[in-house]
Write a protein that binds this ligand. Structure first.
Ligand SMILES: [Zn+2]
Ligand SMILES: [Zn+2]
Length: 249
């Protein structure tokens, strides 16, 4: 039996139907905000099958399972989506239940439709990343390019949509085994984080002469501080632009 699952379905409705399947289409700030891993994590926790993928208009998701669990999924979607997400429109269509599917998958993005999704915005480091940044025991201790599913560069690194690593400036930085493990682990807070990086595999700080020649053999931060103290002016390339830095005294 196939039935419509409305947000206001009663407990009796939920209990009367064994399995339901729903197609969800989301528009708004739904790419580059950790929505695909969020769906996968919720589905895993609730025992739902299905898939999620970015398309050029937003995000599509199909979920299948007991009606009550599906209702919890759509409630969480409305009430507690990923922190950086903003849902402008949510279209919900019942589907025929499938029996040829096990588990929940993140599918390759569909770039076919017309581009209607916004570029995701850059986000300042979250509290968890700042904790790691200043933890001497963490493998990302003092790593300038730290980020996770819920923070980090997005707009600045996106070259085209859909928002996937090969479409960002991180494409040239293949993941090391440790980062690849985090990226693949649904329980990890970097699960499916497109810009994931670490000192072993990600971008590095570099200090350049005004003519573009790299200055080799120095710690870029320590050398930058030394030059500032000596009265030089620095241009610091950051997320989204350059800061000019000098000792104003
Ligand atoms: Zn973070
Ligand atoms: Zn790495």
């Amino acid at each position: 039996m196939n039935a419509l699952l409305q947000p206001d379905a009663t407990e009796a409705d939920a209990a009367s139907v064994a399995e339901l399947r729903l197609h969800l289409h989301l528009r708004g700030a739904v790419q580059g905000v950790g929505f695909r891993p969020w769906c996968a994590q919720q589905a895993l926790a609730l025992g739902l099958n299905g898939w999620v993928r970015n398309d050029a208009a937003g995000l599509q998701c199909e979920v299948q399972g007991p009606a009550a669990a599906l209702r919890v999924f759509t409630q969480r979607l409305r009430q507690s989506p990923p922190p950086l997400a903003r849902i402008d429109a949510l279209q919900q269509t019942p589907q025929t239940v499938r029996s040829d599917e096990a588990g929940f998958r993140i599918l390759a993005s569909d770039a076919g439709a017309a581009l209607a999704t916004g570029l995701p915005a850059d986000a300042a480091p979250c509290a968890d990343c700042l904790d790691e940044l200043f933890d001497p025991a963490d493998r990302r201790h003092r790593y300038a390019f730290i980020n996770c599913t819920h923070c980090g560069p997005r707009f600045t690194i996106t070259q085209r949509l859909p928002y996937d690593r090969p479409n960002t400036s991180l494409a040239g930085f293949p993941l090391c085994p440790a980062c690849a493990r985090e990226y693949r682990d649904p329980s990890d807070r970097r699960f499916h984080a497109q810009p994931v990086a670490c000192p072993a595999c990600g971008p590095q700080l570099a200090l350049w002469q005004p003519d573009g020649t790299p200055i080799a053999g120095v710690d870029p931060l320590a050398e930058a501080a030394r030059r500032l103290a000596a009265g030089q002016i620095l241009a610091v390339k950051g997320v989204g632009g350059y800061h000019l830095v000098c000792d104003a005294r």
